[in-house]
Design a protein around this ligand. Structure first.
Ligand code: ATP
Ligand code: MG
Length: 370
């Protein structure tokens, strides 16, 4: 079967050349393809299921200094929303099946099942069969992230975008909020729409409040949904660093450097006093050193180190999920495996191999040239 994906994508490239970069995967016995890296302007995570194209969610720029970045980015009204810290999921209905795609375009068996159970999307997709719901999956029981939100028990899906599946064109912000309300879909918090000048103060106020509550940050968007800008709290920079230093040899140095620079620019934009900067520096130091010390001790005891998650569901789905991770080359350590009624509840650690191996090496006297 030959298809002219080039025209579907509406890009000026040889469709065969583009197709070569897609990886093949299987879901419920059906073959699909996905693009793990951006190519020819086609977003990372774009998937092809049969002859249906599901475009990736675009990467968005980050502001390090809010005021000039807002001024440079927007020339019309700016909507401000909460940026939730979970994982990006696109939900599409294809041949009657609801499918959940992760950021890199995998159809995740666990997320697909959770979304089926959690959301009532029938009416939405009857009305908008060509659209996909883009949202953040958050909550303690998921296999990818572990940020806790007090309002979310097990798992929740919060819509932040509705996009045309094939072209990626976003629905405008107001209409998207309205459609979410109409179809009973949860949406990320919307803080209002402002002129670019007013948006600076509004974003700052929100950031202060979100920071105090340990939440991640804001996303600013043009009202047509085309342009977006993200900005994050000090609380999340610290949380990221703490997490990175729990697994210091698995998180790249870039990861650490970028968080430290976000803190530095934030301190300058806020015109912080020497005392305030010192307080920031101390908090930063604590989240760097303490988890690293703890991890070295854990390895020394011979205990597993890595990212620990709990998942709950139909035993078959849990099996599928664990095999899906193992096929991706992850080493898993199962901490608990129990049955709760019909459901299987598993807590497992994705072993951080570099951290385990390098830490062990140094503990056993390994040396380093530096
Ligand atoms: P990139 O944007 O370069 O892909 P990333 O994958 O590291 O970066 P983040 O830094 O978390 O992602 O920022 C973008 C992500 O934020 C989106 O992909 C989405 O999953 C998430 N997100 C949370 N809330 C929102 C929101 N209100 N609007 C848009 N995206 C949001
Ligand atoms: Mg994120």
């Amino acid at each position: 079967m030959s298809r002219d994906w080039g025209s579907l994508f509406d890009v000026d490239t040889d469709s065969e050349d583009l197709l070569e970069h897609f990886d093949t995967e299987w879901f419920r016995g059906q073959r699909y393809r996905h693009l793990s890296d951006e190519r020819h302007g086609i977003e990372r995570g774009t998937a092809l299921v049969g002859d249906v194209v599901v475009r990736g969610y675009p990467s968005m720029p980050r502001a390090l200094v809010l005021e000039p970045a807002i001024r440079e980015t927007f020339d019309g009204p700016v909507a401000i929303e909460e940026k939730l810290n979970g994982y990006n999921v696109r939900v599409a209905r294809i041949d009657g099946d609801l499918l959940a795609f992760t950021r890199s375009g995998f159809i995740c068996p666990y997320t697909t099942r959770k979304v089926e159970a959690l959301l009532d999307t029938e009416a939405f997709f009857d009305e908008h069969p060509e659209q996909m719901l883009c949202g953040e999956l958050v909550g303690p029981e998921n296999p990818y992230t572990d940020h806790a939100y007090s309002e979310i028990g097990e798992i929740g899906f919060y819509v932040f975008g509705v996009r045309h599946r094939e072209s990626g064109t976003p629905m405008g912000v107001e209409r998207r909020l309205d459609q979410c309300a109409t179809y009973g879909l949860n949406s990320v918090d919307h803080y209002g729409t402002f002129t670019p000048t007013a948006a600076v103060d509004a974003a700052r106020e929100r950031i202060d409040d979100l920071n105090a509550r340990g939440r991640e940050g804001v996303v600013l968007k043009s009202t047509d949904g085309e342009t977006a800008l993200k900005y994050t709290t000090s609380a999340i920079h610290r949380a990221d660093l703490e997490h990175a230093f729990e697994l210091p040899f698995d998180y790249g140095r870039d990861f650490v450097f970028t968080r430290i620079m976000r803190e530095a620019f934030q301190a300058v934009e806020r015109g912080e006093s020497a005392a305030a900067v010192r307080e920031r520096a101390q908090a930063l130091g604590e989240v760097i050193l303490q988890p690293a010390v703890e991890t070295i001790r854990t390895v020394d005891r011979g205990d597993p180190v890595g990212e620990t998650h709990t998942v709950r569901g139909d035993p078959k789905i849990i099996d599928d999920l664990l095999s899906y991770f193992r096929e991706q080359g992850l080493e898993l350590h199962v901490e608990h495996d129990e049955t709760d009624g019909e459901q299987r509840v598993v807590t497992f650690t994705k072993i951080a191999q570099s951290t385990r191996d390098k830490t062990r090496y140094y503990l056993e006297g390994g040396t380093i040239d530096e």
